[in-house]
Design a protein around this ligand. Structure first.
Ligand code: PAF
Length: 295
């Protein structure tokens, strides 16, 4: 019989049952892939699970709405939790195991240990959402320790998150490789996000300003525009001139350090964040300059 039986998906609620299942997979010689999520799964998550499936013999997904990464006035309570639909999507995408812990399993009363990547966690998203990345790096550390995967898959959509996790994994010598996968978009350009479910039809239309702003910067840079303030103000204008959109930031940063740039570099990322109604949206695009423009 092939290992494991693909018609089955194991739902594990305890740390020990995840450890047992992963140990069996490793004993059978499988590479273990891991996709951490907060559920409310969409095609973007499915693409991560499918990539893990292609690259690994055993695929684990976690579904946990992590309270420590939400601020006091954020959407922790209303974050969607469609358990049955999520489990069906994991199964259909080819996952072998879903870790579905309770808050008490992840944070027993008295929990007091946190992981933080200094500096990188305090800029951009971290400046607007204080403590957010501390919650992310703490829960991802715990999940990495529980699953002990060979590879973990994250979306480029949360660019700063994957940067923070990549630095954490490197500096703490974690044995799990961090793999970043391209952003999946609706045909009109909106980057997929579980929070898109909060948008009304007209807010969704306004939200398209984020990808329009990024595409504009991408096109200008591709045509050889190297002046960073010009690129940033083109993005800002696009967002500020769209009714219903409140701009938070539109910046161009170094692809690794996420330091805001004043002069063009070969590898840059444009990042935007805005509020549409009561929903925060973020998006980003890697900017490619015409070859030979700068070295
Ligand atoms: O990107 C997410 O869904 C979450 O931030 C993560 C990485 C699962 C940690 O809770």
């Amino acid at each position: 019989m092939p290992f494991p039986d693909r018609a089955e998906i194991q739902v594990a609620e305890s740390v020990q049952s995840v450890r047992d299942a992963v140990s069996r997979a490793k004993w059978s010689g499988h590479r273990v892939g891991f996709v951490p999520t907060m559920g409310a799964l969409h095609v973007g998550h499915v693409s991560l699970i499918e990539r893990a499936r292609r690259e690994c013999g055993y695929v684990a997904v976690s579904i946990f709405v992590n309270p420590t990464q939400f601020g006091p006035n954020e959407d922790f309570n209303r974050y969607p939790r469609p358990r049955d639909a999520d489990l069906a999507m994991c199964r259909d995408a080819g996952a072998d195991l879903v870790f579905y812990p309770t808050v008490e399993t992840m944070y027993p009363v008295g929990h007091r240990t946190f992981v933080e990547v200094a500096g990188l966690s305090e800029i951009l998203e971290g400046a607007i959402r204080p403590g957010h990345f501390r919650g992310v790096t703490t829960v991802v550390t715990k999940l990495f320790n529980i699953v002990q995967a060979d590879r973990a898959y994250f979306g480029q959509k949360d660019y700063q998150q994957q940067s923070v996790i990549r630095v954490m994994a490197r500096e703490l010598d974690m044995p799990t490789d961090v793999v970043t996968c391209e952003t999946i978009r609706d045909p009109d350009g909106l980057a997929l996000s579980s929070r898109n479910a909060y948008l009304s039809e007209s807010e969704r239309k306004s939200g398209l300003a984020l990808s329009r702003a990024l595409r504009l910067a991408e096109r200008l840079a591709g045509e050889g525009e190297l002046d960073i303030p010009t690129l940033e103000s083109a993005m800002r204008n696009e967002l500020e001139n769209t009714p219903g959109v409140t701009l938070e930031y539109a910046v161009i940063v170094n692809h690794e350090s996420m330091r805001e740039l004043t002069a063009a570099e070969p590898r840059m990322v444009a990042l935007v964040a805005a509020r549409v109604g009561s929903t925060r949206l973020i998006d980003n695009m890697i900017l490619r300059l015409p070859s030979g423009t700068i070295t």
